[in-house]
Design a protein around this ligand. Structure first.
Ligand code: HEM
Length: 88
């Protein structure tokens, strides 16, 4: 996916709960590398992020009806790339 386009999707749809790669609702479940490795169902990879964004999980809403597959692929690329480079 397109990381730059994914950053726009992230800022518009995810940053309310995940600003700076954090998690305001469940503070341990951040978007940092170690947290994704530990908690994300399916492991720290773009496909696993796409699945969670599409379907939601617990207090995280599903975006499958609101974002296109392309937007979801792009935001997943942004999340994985930024977990690698660091959120700050
Ligand atoms: C968890 C991505 C929007 C609330 C996660 C995780 C990812 C993610 C990858 C797994 C983190 C981990 O397990 O360490 C995204 C993306 C979003 C988005 C890319 C936008 C498209 C939101 C929004 C909210 C939210 C808007 C709040 C209303 C949560 C919560 C969890 C979570 C509560 C923990 C879920 C659980 O395991 O019970 N998010 N998120 N997310 N997110 Fe989001």
């Amino acid at each position: 996916g397109d990381v730059g386009a994914g950053e726009q999707v992230f800022n518009a749809n995810c940053a309310a709960c995940h600003a700076g790669g954090q998690n305001v609702i469940m503070p341990d479940k951040t978007l940092e590398k170690e947290a994704l490795e530990q908690y994300l169902a399916g492991g720290r990879n773009e496909k696993a992020v796409m699945t969670q964004v599409t379907n939601g999980k617990n207090a995280m809403p599903a975006f499958g009806g609101r974002l296109s597959e392309e937007d979801i692929a792009n935001v997943a690329s942004y999340v994985i790339a930024t977990s690698e480079s660091g959120w700050d």
